[in-house]
Write a protein that binds this ligand. Structure first.
Ligand code: PLP
Length: 372
């Protein structure tokens, strides 16, 4: 039986042509025309002054923390329902992630709950646009404004999502993206920072490239990093961006088909969409309410797996994981919406070449496994 994976990149456009071109040009490191072209185009797409390519989304978050000067003893407010990289980046600079619950209307960090987490040590907030849904940026920015904090968007899962008619990436102090193989646009490994501040751009570029003084070769006034992305990876990204509308469109069709096919199944819930949101079609999400559906989330995942369908449980809430659980307990963190979603959510296969019959078969298995 042919298995259906949860995700698969679509690299069938000009990706091959551009990579071969980059290879033949011998510009295989982090200088070259595709790096420049990607950074220019991605900034244009996000409506920002600049985009800075980096080697992955985790490095993009780490670089943002460094450029913003986050230090040991500082606190950064993050959602607990996210990929671990969001909180790890805070730890890399010696600071402490403080977890705020999500809003059930967006599944993203709840601005009111974030506000309740602010202490004299708080330096900023990382708002994750979870599963493609933008966080409530106006509320977060105004909260940050009152308390003198920065806001970073973690837009790894939300390429081209929109908040009140504006693209994510330009809605806060800085934004970070991932182009890992399962993200909407991919270069295998890759990432980017987008921003509008010229000072933060200079610092981010400098720290990305070992901290070198731009006016004096081999003079390093600060400790920097090598977080660069190769011209080969940027060649793939340029091809992906050329086809961005068609990639998004097919993924939207898939999400609409799941929603229609599962609408009547008792106990299956969907990701909410705020009226001001254009949700990026990353991995389609369902939630399983055991007493209505007749089976719990983990059993449904096993049933789908037995039928050759790979899925993903939602992220395990970070405040329950070994690196963070003790600190979280000490702060008496109570995150009921995060806990519920983390225990009931499933990501279904979502990728461009998923066939209509395959979508149908996923829907059929979910329909049959439940009470009807
Ligand atoms: C994928 C992801 C990242 C990390 O990106 P990598 O490119 O894998 O390092 C960070 N944050 C979120 C929310 C993600 O989904």
């Amino acid at each position: 039986m042919k298995r259906i994976p949860v995700s698969m990149p679509d690299l069938m456009g000009t990706e091959e042509k551009y990579v071969v071109e980059a290879l033949r040009s011998s510009w295989v490191s982090a200088t070259g025309k595709y790096v420049d072209r990607f950074e220019e185009e991605f900034a244009k797409i996000c409506g920002t002054r600049a985009a800075i390519s980096v080697c992955n989304g985790t490095a993009a978050l780490h670089l943002a923390m460094l450029a913003l000067g986050v230090k040991p003893g500082d606190e950064v407010i993050v959602p607990s329902l996210t990929y671990i990289a969001t909180a790890n980046a805070v730890r890399y600079v010696g600071a402490e992630p403080v977890f705020a619950d999500v809003d059930p209307a967006t599944w993203c960090i709840d601005p009111a709950r974030a506000g309740a987490c602010i202490t004299s040590r708080t330096k900023g907030i990382i708002a994750v646009h979870l599963y493609g849904h933008p966080a409530d940026m106006d509320a977060l920015n105004s909260l940050a404004g009152i308390h003198g904090l920065w806001v970073v968007e973690d837009a790894a899962e939300a390429h081209m999502a929109e908040y009140r008619g504006r693209k994510v990436g330009g809605l806060a102090t800085m934004a970070t993206f991932s182009f890992y193989g399962n993200k909407i646009f991919t270069s295998g490994e890759g990432g980017a920072i987008t921003l509008n501040s010229p000072e933060l751009e200079i610092w981010s570029r400098r720290l990305r490239g070992q901290g070198v003084d731009p006016a004096r070769r081999y003079f390093f006034p600060v400790t920097g990093y090598n977080f660069r992305l190769t011209n080969l990876a940027c060649a793939i990204l340029c091809a992906q961006l050329e086809r961005r509308e068609s990639i998004l469109e097919r993924r939207r069709e898939i999400c609409a088909a799941y929603r229609e096919g599962l609408a009547e199944v008792k106990g299956i819930g969907f990701q909410p969409a705020a009226p001001w949101a254009v949700v990026a079609p990353w991995l389609f999400c369902i939630t399983v309410t055991e007493d209505k559906y007749g089976m719990n989330r983990d059993d449904l995942i096993r049933e789908l797996d037995a039928q050759g369908i790979e899925t993903r449980p939602f992220f395990i809430p970070l405040h329950t994981l070994p690196p963070f659980v003790e600190q979280s307990r000490k702060r008496h963190e109570n995150l009921p919406h995060t806990d519920r979603l983390g225990a009931t959510g499933i990501n279904l296969p979502t990728y461009n070449r998923l066939a209509d019959e395959e979508i149908e078969s996923v829907i059929e298995v979910i329909r049959k496994a439940g009470r009807g």
